[in-house]
Design a binder for this molecule. Structure first.
Ligand code: P6P
Length: 337
């Protein structure tokens, strides 16, 4: 039997299960096509004149790559005309992008990190797009981009869908609309994402951790204790040998965990106490936490469930510990000892 396309999967979630609306189905199909276009641009690499720096910085003060800017533009242009969105917010833009008056407005809000892991672009390592969908609150003030920020400040539990595209040896779209996690593989000849895995489950235990070890001296004691216990291996208190991976592309590290389990940590560290963490809540931590929980995993800051956080700012940063449930619960428990 032919593999189910993304369109068929979403139709079944909408028509047969009543889980999503027609507008959300349309939104997700548009986002998937934007990810396809981003995949094509990335695939050109040096041949497409899209590598290197854009010569500008984002709100985080990080130098933007040409592909960061291009990916952001692809997502904005793909989504602003369809009538399904009220506004968009992106890591690459200080303020929300309102749907232009010439287009109809819809009931959804879209946040995204258009190209996560962009420090890996020029060295040809997997990167990705992360996105999250919220309902726009009734009566939200969308008169200006500044006023619109408040509409986005909803906890991760309010997400109606979340997903990521990973641009690696194959381009994958990993998506949840609240009915488990599905994986679609881009068939470049057909130009469609085809369902290749459904109801993804993250094993509750693991022997593989992901963290940037160069920050060890900056970590809080509970994280240092947990990592040292894993490094102690089978002779240590955890009684097993662990492996370590760190791609420095959250999408690639999270996808490995979705595929074979593991724990990903970007914990609070003393050099970024001020900012509250490295990763951004609205378009990195929340969508990934939604997906991980939908796949039976767990996601905390070390002290609380990520999805319960009430956001105060659009570009708010948080510590992130996510993946195999039993491991996340262990290191989170260490924080309250
Ligand atoms: P470091 C990429 O810039 C990113 O936001 C995540 O994708 C990734 O997990 C993390 O930062 C890597 O951070 O400090 O190891 O370069």
């Amino acid at each position: 039997m032919a593999q189910r396309t993304l369109a068929r999967y979403l139709t079944e979630e909408q028509r047969d299960k009543g889980i999503i609306t027609g507008d959300l189905k349309f939104l997700l199909e548009i986002v998937s096509r934007a990810c396809q276009a981003i995949s094509v641009a990335i695939g050109k690499g040096g041949l497409g004149g899209v590598l290197g720096e854009a010569g500008s910085d984002n709100i985080q003060g990080e130098a933007q790559k040409k592909l960061d800017v291009l990916s952001n533009e692809i997502l904005l242009e793909a989504n602003e005309w369809g009538g399904h969105l009220a506004a968009m917010a992106s890591e690459e833009m200080d303020l929300p992008h309102l749907v232009p008056h010439r287009f109809p407005k819809g009931e959804y809000l879209l946040t995204f990190d258009p190209l996560d892991g962009s420090s890996n672009i020029d060295v040809n390592v997997s990167i990705g797009t992360i996105f999250s969908v919220l309902k726009c609150p009734e009566g939200a003030d969308l008169s200006t981009p500044q006023a619109a920020e408040a509409a986005f400040l909803q906890p991760g539990t309010a997400q109606v869908a979340a997903g990521y595209a990973v641009y690696g040896p194959t381009t994958l779209l990993v998506l949840s609309v609240g009915d488990g996690v599905a994986v679609f593989t881009l068939d470049r000849e057909q130009g469609s994402f085809l369902l290749t895995q459904d109801q993804v489950r993250i094993p509750a235990d693991t022997k593989e951790f992901a963290i940037n070890m160069s920050n060890r001296r900056f970590w809080e004691e509970p994280v240092r204790r947990y990592v040292d216990e894993m490094l102690a291996g089978r002779e240590g208190p955890l009684g097993k040998d662990y492996n370590m991976r760190w791609v420095a592309s959250m999408v690639a590290d999270v996808h490995r965990i979705m595929t074979r389990g593991g724990i990903f940590m970007y914990p609070l560290d003393s050099k970024m106490q001020e900012q509250g963490g490295k990763l951004r809540l609205m378009y990195e931590a929340n969508p990934m936490a939604f997906l991980v929980e939908q796949a039976g995993g767990a996601a905390t800051t070390g002290r609380r469930r990520i999805l319960d956080i009430a956001p105060e700012k659009l570009h708010q940063r948080v510590p992130v510990i996510l993946g195999s449930k039993n491991e996340v619960e262990r290191v989170t428990a260490y924080h309250s000892m």
